[in-house]
Design a protein around this ligand. Sequence first.
Ligand code: FAD
Length: 372
Amino acid sequence: MTRVLIVGGGPAGMASAIALAQAGVDAEIVESSADWRPGGIGIALQSAPLRATKQLGLFDDLLRVGRPHHVIDMSAPDGTVFAELPQMNVNDPTDPPFLGMARESLHEVMVGAVARARVPVHLGVTVADLDEAADDVSVTLTNGLKDRFDYVVAADGANSAMRSLVLPDAPQPVFAGQVIWRAAASAPTGLERYTMMIGGPIRLGLVPLPDGGLYLWMLDSTLGPERPPRDELLEMFHQRLSRFGGHAPAVAAQLTDVSQVDFRALNWLIVPPPWHAGHVLLLGDAAHTTTPHVAYGAGLAIEDAVVLGELAATGIPFPQLAAQLAARRFDRARLVVETSLQLSRWEQEAGPPNPGAGRLIGETMASLAAPI
Ligand SMILES: Cc1cc2nc3c(=O)[nH]c(=O)nc-3n(C[C@H](O)[C@H](O)[C@H](O)COP(=O)(O)OP(=O)(O)OC[C@H]3O[C@@H](n4cnc5c(N)ncnc54)[C@H](O)[C@@H]3O)c2cc1C
């Protein structure tokens, strides 16, 4: 039986574990964090990634924990809606085109599926050393265990240590010129739709979640990548939030402690193929990191895993599997990364929103509707 080590227990690693188990591969996960939790607050899955979750048997569970959004309201800073963006559905007509959920919920659904697939997960453990042989790779783990695997899936995220180890000349993530503020809150009464508010160099997203929850994101083109000092963070957050009316003040009033506010710089990366070296294959953010402008990074990671599972089920040798995976995934990943970066760059320009943004998003979503 083929044995695979998956490095990283995020969406890419867990989806890979589920897909490989479906393909009859003996997989296990090492996750460096001892406290296995998702980073971030909320997440949205677009229609094509939801299609991929059907193949992994996750879709029904995600429906239970997610809130469907059929339209995004685009509004002025005062809350006046000036456009409605219908979301594209590539699945059954009754399926939601777009599902918003807490990161914790996506994590729990995937953890449950990994457990049902009987994939072992080793927490607080990572790869200490790799020793390549002709047909497999010997892996020494930081817990001292040493074992042989047919191949290793490096799903250890944007700052992948595995990528640096096996593809040291691969590009590294680059700052996209924007930062993002995020917070969880309760949805104010009357806020039912995903609302995106455009306030010059700041954009605010208010995403209603199930059970009255709310995911707030605020894209900010006014700051560099360095994290502001902790004692200034809350005030800077509120300064920016105060330019918005509508439901924003009711959300702002709930965010009174700095521990409620998450700040992070946005990076991008697209690794040109090959995505493998020796018997190690990059997947998910380790191979392609996107800014969140079309909400597709985890979607790409889940799709990568579905393709990995399909290729693994054919039983082809590793080098072909790895080459075919990158060949099938690269253009799609590049499209998401480059579209998101273009949207980010337009947002960083002074003046009114770029009129090309809607068309670019529409064309990109139409391309991504194609089968993976
Ligand atoms: C602000 C923001 C908003 C986003 N919104 C969306 C959205 O709405 N929709 C969407 O689809 N995507 C979204 N994304 C993208 C999405 O979060 C990522 O694409 C996705 O998390 C990538 O999954 P991954 O498993 O490849 O990497 P990660 O989620 O980074 O997971 C990597 C895992 O590997 C572990 N790890 C790291 N190093 C090691 C190591 N050396 N050894 C072992 N384990 C290791 C980490 O602890 C982690 O558990 C957003 C991203 C950002 C920054």
